[in-house]
Design a protein around this ligand. Structure first.
Ligand SMILES: Nc1ncnc2c1ncn2[C@@H]1O[C@H](COP(=O)(O)OP(=O)(O)OP(=O)(O)O)[C@@H](O)[C@H]1O
Length: 278
């Protein structure tokens, strides 16, 4: 599926989400052009995940959404589940924080990738191999069950599951927080390479500003359910206008920990990943 000329991949206008009498998200508006990579940052509870779930049409039943979300020009909010599911399958995919809960423990990972790809029996083996190669993973991993894999491998498998239907828009919600620093860097570099190679539009949710500065052309800062500042990543981080952005930068100490030079944690898993993915 490809977008019509001039139509943004994602258009969010005046999005509001309430749980009972409480507003979790209010007046959120932004658009993502094809191939753009935007970060959504803010402290815990500010509304990042709820925004992502609204975009994906995956809000819990207690939520009430208003405003407008359009993916590839098609409305998402308050639409029948089946139609939104079709849009998700054809257009957008979301990668969650915890692969151990996102994957089925009882199915081999190759089968999970094949199910997501919806490939026919004949082509599914080749498609699984192709997807595992895309995420730079040994195709033999297809035979493993999730518990047999390391956190970094699981995150790669989850990326393969997520990319199986060639989404134009990829939403990542803190995809690497459970990983140690070295493995995290490798998975993020992989996400960057895959998005660049496929021209995938990315909405990347994180509280790690260094990761966002590394990965995203644009950044939006949320506070209390609203976007309080947005702009080119370098500009917002070099010259933050809003007190919340300044507070986040101070807390993250972005300049001091220079993302690319972060010291690996040196855990067994980091070592294992280093051997496997030199
Ligand atoms: N199912 C729910 N029912 C009621 N309130 C909810 C529900 N899900 C989220 N909220 C509320 O919505 C607000 C925004 O939550 P959200 O999960 O979007 O924050 P977040 O910025 O993603 O935080 P974190 O970085 O911790 O994931 C919070 O006040 C949260 O308590």
């Amino acid at each position: 599926m490809s977008g019509a000329e001039g139509v943004p991949d994602l258009e969010v206008s005046d999005l509001g989400v309430r749980f009972g009498g409480t507003a979790a998200v209010s007046g959120v508006s932004f658009t993502l052009a094809p191939g753009e990579r935007a970060g959504l940052i803010g402290e815990s509870g500010c509304g990042k995940s709820v925004t992502a779930l609204a975009i994906m049409g995956l809000l819990p039943s207690g939520a009430r959404a208003e405003g407008r979300v359009r993916a590839a020009g098609e409305p998402v909010l308050n639409r029948p589940d089946r139609e939104v599911a079709r849009l998700r399958g054809a257009w957008m995919a979301m990668m969650f924080q915890e692969p151990r809960t996102a994957l089925d423990p009882l199915k081999r990972v190759g089968r999970q990738i094949a199910l997501s790809a919806r490939a026919g029996r004949a082509e599914s083996r080749a498609r699984v191999r192709e997807l595992l190669e895309l995420v730079e993973t040994d195709p033999d991993v297809a035979r493993a069950y999730p518990h047999q894999l390391s956190g970094g491998q699981l995150q790669r498998v989850l990326l393969a599951v997520t990319l199986a239907r060639d989404p134009r828009l990829l939403i990542c919600d803190e995809p690497t927080t459970a990983l140690d620093a070295l493995v995290q860097q490798r998975v993020l570099a992989l996400i960057r390479r895959v998005c660049a190679a496929r021209g995938t539009t990315l909405l990347f949710i994180s509280h790690d500003l260094a990761v966002v500065s590394d990965l995203c052309d644009r950044v939006m800062v949320m506070d209390g359910g609203r976007i309080v500042e947005s702009g080119r990543t370098a500009q917002v981080f070099d010259d933050p206008a809003h007190p919340r952005t300044r507070a986040l930068l101070a807390a993250g100490d972005l300049a001091a920990f220079g993302h690319r030079e972060r010291v690996p944690a040196g855990t067994a898993e980091a070592e294992e990943e280093r051997e496997r993915w030199p």
